[in-house]
Write a protein that binds this ligand. Sequence first.
Ligand SMILES: Cc1ncc(COP(=O)(O)O)c(C=O)c1O
Ligand SMILES: N[C@@H](CCCC[NH3+])C(=O)O
Length: 421
Amino acid sequence: MNSFSYRDRQLYAENVRLADIAQQLGTPCYVYSRAALEDRFQAFADALKGRDHLVCYAVKANSNLAVLNLLARLGSGFDIVSGGELERVLAAGGDPAKVVFSGVGKTRDEMHRALAAGIYCFNVESEAELEVLNEIAGELGKPAPVALRVNPDVDPATHPYIATGLKQSKFGIDIAQAMTAFERARSLPHLRVTGIACHIGSQLTDLAPVVEALDRVLGLANTLLDKGFTLQHLDLGGGLGIRYNEEQPPSPDAYIRAILDRLASKGGHGRKLRLVFEPGRAIVGNTGLLLTRVLYLKHGSEKNFAVVDAAMNDLLRPALYEAWHDITPVAVDAPRKMLKYDVVGPVCESGDFLGHDRELGIEAGDLLAVVSAGAYGAVMSSNYNTRPRAPEVMVDGDRFQVVRRRETVAELFASESILPK
Ligand SMILES: Cc1ncc(COP(=O)(O)O)c(C=O)c1O
Ligand SMILES: N[C@@H](CCCC[NH3+])C(=O)O
């Protein structure tokens, strides 16, 4: 479900015409829907009602302060992967006591700041990291809560660049070595082992790998509980997919239900653990789109090109993963001739495309929406080709607010310097 709809041949975000946003702010421009965002978070919260749980929204998916602030107001926790993300969460009014800190390469400074801020848990990904965290906690005189992120070696059936739970991946502690790491963690004086975590990958559309990972991690959790580890929570990470094209991912409700059912039938003592989830894409993915305008149509002997003003620097997913995003005209007054186009940007790379072979009836000057761009869109944008980053807008009912203004070109090189004569 999202809050973008067609009425009178216009595409609306809630009750605002996208054409009006483009008119006022120019393009390219990211547009988010508050109603859709709140609805997606609530889907997780509702599915977990009555169960001790914490939904820690994965900040990396979309870290705009307005997005974080709306989620914080709904009671969301946050999954962070850097000190920068922690500062964003705090600036947006997030509760540090609901923050989990993931990532294979936390620095000493980042650990220090997170521990001082009082985060809920460090999801530790190696024995070496345990030793450093123990030192920092000793220096601060404050025990560090840790979960070990185990790598359950499950194939998540997703794009190889976003699979994280296979043995050959850099993420997590090999499940075969996890017991030793847990024993080590327990022996370190400044650490408190409070949980066990896993995350097998992103854009998961099939429940079988999720349940398989759950079984493996639960098996380990039960052994740990039998050995007297005082685990309090089980963090199953994020990864639930969304519909971009033909995919049919389970709803948050079906996903959570599958996990709760499995816990009830096979959970052992593990069934009593508090459940933590780290969804990113499933919350924001379909709550945002990228508006872009057609600059030129170009008809080659083999291909037709629609050159638009958004590019791979604005939305990297097609170039990086050959990801498919629906591209749809926004305000079309007169019927247009339908043709197959490659929708491409102005960046000097052949990989700079937003979509290949799209059947579109368009003319120069038309506005297009690249949909399902709320997750891993603006956050992965860059200034390549010295292109200012696009503004971001939050639609709230019949109003909209700029939640990040367009960068100016001068800002892009303001921090650079040239050598003296
Ligand atoms: C540890 C961790 N948690 C949560 C997420 C969020 O993933 P998604 O946006 O697929 O829900 C990721 C990214 O895949 C991750 O690496
Ligand atoms: N950036 C990826 C998802 C990465 C998940 C991060 N752990 C995407 O756009 O699909």
